[in-house]
Design a protein around this ligand. Sequence first.
Ligand SMILES: Cc1cc2nc3c(=O)[nH]c(=O)nc-3n(C[C@H](O)[C@H](O)[C@H](O)COP(=O)(O)O)c2cc1C
Length: 302
Amino acid sequence: MLKFISSSLFGDLILPDISETFKWFPLQLPFMVAMKLMLAPMENLTTPVFRELARNHACDLAFTEMARLSALARNNKSTLEKITIHHASTQIQIIGNKESKLRKFLEHYQPPIDKNAFRGINLNLGCPSPNFTNKGLGAAMMKRTAKINSMIKTVRDYSMPVSIKMRLGLNHYEKTKKVYLSLVENTDADFYIIHARHGKETYQDKPDYGIFPAVARTGKTIIANGNIDSAKKVQVLKDMGVKGVMIGRAAIRDPAIFERLKGKTPTTLEKLQNEFEQLKKTYGSKEKLILGRRPKEQKTRG
Ligand SMILES: Cc1cc2nc3c(=O)[nH]c(=O)nc-3n(C[C@H](O)[C@H](O)[C@H](O)COP(=O)(O)O)c2cc1C
């Protein structure tokens, strides 16, 4: 069995004020704001190359786009390419609910050459697409806390950190029943990323940041997600007790957003696009992303 995470590997750069949960998460700058800045998983957008770009411009932690557990368990080549990690600190996001398949994948997983870059596994409990929810996956798994704990334990058996990305419930009813709060209270992940919409809401619906104070009061490490694009919003969320923010579409429109939020001089879009092209050459990638454009927003995204 492979064991990737050793406390010495992640212990070196920790400053004393960092929470226990982020033991494995080295600080990059001494003056860094306390809030962690994370790049959201986005299918066909947060490619290995884009994640490298974000890393070079102040993103603390990135996530691969969701990878189907069944494809990972059978070593599907294109799925493995999507979860390739170079140097950016990254968690691999998986969607699935079979511990046996998770074990099969983790047993064979080869960490990147830069071993510090692999930061663990993220469980997708937020995807609202019927392709997944009809099979009991994604947002349809949010109520299954025993199953979630069993998946978490499986990852921990391999000494890897594990986080959860979730919505507020599969639908409005589940939100009113505070399914999100029960999930956070009754499971034991290292941290929880909450996209503050339920599974039937679209990007036209406003995320409900009002849920964050109660979830933060559980004492668990909460990361907020949904329409976050300004220092003002980050401050509002920080005041509510969340420990970090995850940024999706705004980082495609403006990959310098992480620099902006850390008070650094933002790199120009032109320079970023040039660097992106250079990174593509370095890693032999042919993707055609034009930075600065608004990504397509289908209503069934996680
Ligand atoms: C094109 C696209 C693809 C996405 N793919 C995923 C995915 O693979 N896994 C996931 O958990 N969320 C996915 N999402 C949702 C984002 O991670 C994020 O939760 C959502 O966009 C809200 O954050 P934002 O307002 O900062 O974009 C996707 C979103 C978009 C727009």
